[in-house]
Design a protein around this ligand. Structure first.
Ligand code: EPS
Length: 387
């Protein structure tokens, strides 16, 4: 058994759907935690007008009864409150009104390649699904995965480490408690002084009609060694995590542990030496590998960083071509966010949680959560795991 999920939905259509298959039965879900995760994704200085319209909430349509999973697929629905304003333009069925097409693809967006690939003439047929609005459904699915991970002792957290050219000081020593107040920062940055500088930079560049990118970090704690596998490329957890994070809209780079730093170091400074003591069992004193060796967890915290490009919808549009007239034109101008790095970090938590939950399901099997916990406990016993 693994964990599978899919999402459906367009940004201004009636709503978003996620279906998650593979959660064990008997798992107690925290309704407030689901809505809290959706609300966390909506936060962040630099969001645009749309977030004043939406107030995302999860409606569970199947797979859960009286707060516990049934082992059947869980379907969740997140409504688009903006849909009534788009009823004619996005109606699933033909409408009387003449709906104007958009022919001005944005550089950096899926618009042009999507038109070419699918043979559309209206950019809206591409952009509606390419939109990062879809990530609300991923966060709903990821929150279910987090519920499972919490039952097996794993927590997943994120924080913003860079917005445009403003970077936070590096932190190696983070524990789950350090993330307790991260959502209080308007940019989800752990360093108060950097938070202020990031907000000021967003305001400065927004006034100049610029959009901003940045970097975020995801950390997961409580993972036992041996999740994932070295035996086949498709089972390697590092590859699966990189794919999942890179699939988030606008993410252009993913690193695991101190990837870019160790590339320039000699081997003696690149790895995490192995220790064992009666009290701690197996442990490392460094975590340059970011908790992953040979495509498997090694028992240290998982550390993933990702780079996200500036949003491609610009209030001062870049040069493009009108796809109907083939004349030079400015790209389309739409209501937009200035930056989504804080929100993307929450989405990355969800994606990491979905991958980790899937890998736990593969390793420990079981139809009921108690079966999973029994298998996990037997495994910890076998490897002498003491954390
Ligand atoms: C998005 C454009 C904006 C964002 C949207 C993603 O929406 P709109 O075009 O309606 O102003 O706010 O993100 C969300 C709605 C969301 O929930 O994250 C885009 O083009 O990707």
């Amino acid at each position: 058994m693994s964990l599978r999920f899919t999402t459906a939905g367009e940004s201004h259509g009636p709503g978003l759907v996620a279906i998650v298959e593979g959660l064990p039965a008997g798992l107690e879900l925290d309704r407030e935690a689901l809505d809290r995760d959706l609300a966390r994704r909506q936060l962040g200085h630099g969001r645009g007008g749309r977030m004043k319209i939406e107030s995302d909430a999860v409606e569970i349509r199947s797979g859960v009864r009286h707060g516990r999973t049934l082992g059947s697929p869980v379907a969740v629905l997140v409504a688009n409150r903006d849909y009534p304003n788009w009823d004619e333009r996005m109606n699933p069925w033909p409408v009387e009104a003449e709906v104007e097409e958009s022919h001005l693809p944005r550089p950096g967006h899926a618009d042009l390649a999507g038109l070419q690939k699918f043979g559309f003439t209206d950019v809206r047929n591409v952009l509606e699904r390419a939109s990062a609005r879809e990530t609300a459904a991923r966060v709903a699915a990821g929150s279910l995965a987090k519920g499972f991970l919490s039952a097996v002792g794993v927590s997943v957290h994120s924080h913003v480490i860079q917005i445009a050219a403003v970077s936070a000081p590096e932190r190696d020593d983070l524990s789950p408690d350090d993330f307790a107040g991260v959502d209080d920062s308007p940019v989800r940055c752990l360093d108060v002084r950097t938070s202020g500088a990031m907000v000021a930079e967003i305001d400065r560049l927004r006034k100049e009609n610029e959009s901003l990118g940045g970097k975020f970090e995801v950390r997961a704690f409580g993972l036992v060694p041996g999740i994932g596998s070295h035996v086949s490329w498709g089972e390697k957890l590092d590859g699966r995590l990189a794919q999942a994070i890179c699939s988030i809209q606008s993410v252009k780079g993913v690193s695991l542990g101190e990837a870019w730093e160790v590339a320039g170091k000699p081997g003696s400074e690149a790895h995490d030496e192995i220790f064992w003591s009666e009290e701690r069992g197996w442990y490392r004193e460094t975590n340059r590998a970011g908790g992953l060796e040979g495509g498997m967890t090694n028992g240290e915290p998982l550390v993933i960083q990702a780079a996200i490009k500036p949003i491609s919808t610009m209030t001062q549009p870049l040069r493009s071509v009108d796809t109907e007239t083939m004349e030079p034109a400015q790209a389309m101008r739409e209501r937009t966010d200035s930056t989504v790095v804080p929100a993307a970090a929450v989405v990355a938590e969800a994606m990491a949680a979905l991958v980790l939950a899937g890998a736990y399901r593969e390793k420990f099997g079981g139809d009921h959560i108690d079966d999973v916990l029994a298998a996990l406990s037997a495994y910890k016993e076998r490897i002498g795991w003491r954390r």
